[in-house]
Design a protein around this ligand. Structure first.
Ligand SMILES: NC(=O)c1ccc[n+]([C@@H]2O[C@H](COP(=O)([O-])OP(=O)(O)OC[C@H]3O[C@@H](n4cnc5c(N)ncnc54)[C@H](O)[C@@H]3O)[C@@H](O)[C@H]2O)c1
Length: 253
């Protein structure tokens, strides 16, 4: 029960990594806000947790300041505090650089970079008011550090949004350290979620991925949730502005 009496918000918790993180936090005793654009997925996460009294589903869009503010206000009204924020909601696009239009560029940066900016800023103000410190965990990617070019396709906007988030985390970590708030990244490699399902359904693409993984298997959402639990708990109190790579060795090669 490493998160007993703690309240966590997990964005994008209606699917994949976010769902696994929310379920892990529930199992460690936390109150968990399951925030997602996809309300059905979020309700399913709550059902899987079987923990109605310490769960709250909020349908919201991380790119909209007023919706993020509403999420924070509802969380405080329901549970009294916010101790942990996991900025997990994310999207990807596969259009190569020379063909990439403004709309797709903006969409990817709005969700992957502006969303964590808004959620972190508004949650941090609440954490500072409460005076109990806090934890901000940002889900970046190995693609914040290296260019994977999945199946030969580049994702320049995904790379720049996650690379930007990597440095946003460090800036937040420095500015908020004085309040006892830490900020760290988890950089997943390839994880089996709806996000990667279409790519991994192609046996050639799956082989290509496996050939680059020293551990010999593709990641599972629970691998990411285990790292999130560590960063959310007191065990990581001496870490801030840092990145935990959960990538099966991808970036070690
Ligand atoms: N799956 C992987 O291999 C992998 C690898 C590296 C990083 N990641 C990162 O992990 C995170 C989660 O990815 P996943 O694989 O679980 O994807 P997923 O598509 O299964 O889940 C993403 C969730 O985010 C929600 N979401 C999207 N836009 C939103 C918005 N504007 N507001 C609120 N919610 C929104 C979706 O509704 C969905 O439930 C993402 O940030 C992704 O970039 C995933």
């Amino acid at each position: 029960m490493k998160l007993k009496n703690k309240t966590a918000i997990v964005t994008g918790a209606g699917s994949g990594n976010g769902r696994a993180i929310a379920l892990k936090f529930f199992s460690e005793g936390a109150n968990v806000v399951i925030a997602d654009l996809n309300e059905e997925g979020a309700q399913e996460t709550l059902r899987l947790a079987g923990a109605e009294s310490n769960g709250l589903v909020i349908k919201m869009d991380v790119t909209k300041r007023d919706e993020v503010q509403r999420m924070i206000d509802e969380t405080v009204r329901t549970f009294g505090t916010i101790d942990i924020l996991v900025n997990n909601a994310g999207i990807v696009g596969f259009t190569p650089f020379l063909e990439l239009g403004d709309k797709e560029w903006d969409q990817v940066h709005d969700v992957n970079l502006k969303g964590p900016f808004l959620c972190s800023q508004i949650a941090a103000k609440e954490m500072i008011n409460a005076g109990n410190g806090g934890r901000i965990i940002n889900i970046t990617s190995v693609e914040a550090h290296v260019i994977v070019s999945s199946s030969g396709k580049c994702q320049p906007h995904y790379n720049s949004s996650k690379g930007g988030l990597n440095l946003l985390t460090k800036a937040i970590a420095i500015e908020l350290a004085q309040y006892g708030i830490t900020a760290n990244n988890i950089a997943p490699g390839v994880v089996e979620t709806p996000f990667t399902a279409s790519g991994l359904s192609n046996p050639e693409a799956k082989r290509w991925v496996l050939d680059r993984l020293p551990v010999g298997r593709i990641g599972k959402p629970d691998d990411i949730a285990n790292a999130a639990l560590f960063l959310a708990s007191d065990d990581s109190s001496y870490m801030t502005g840092s990145t935990v790579f959960v990538d099966g060795g991808w970036t070690a090669i």
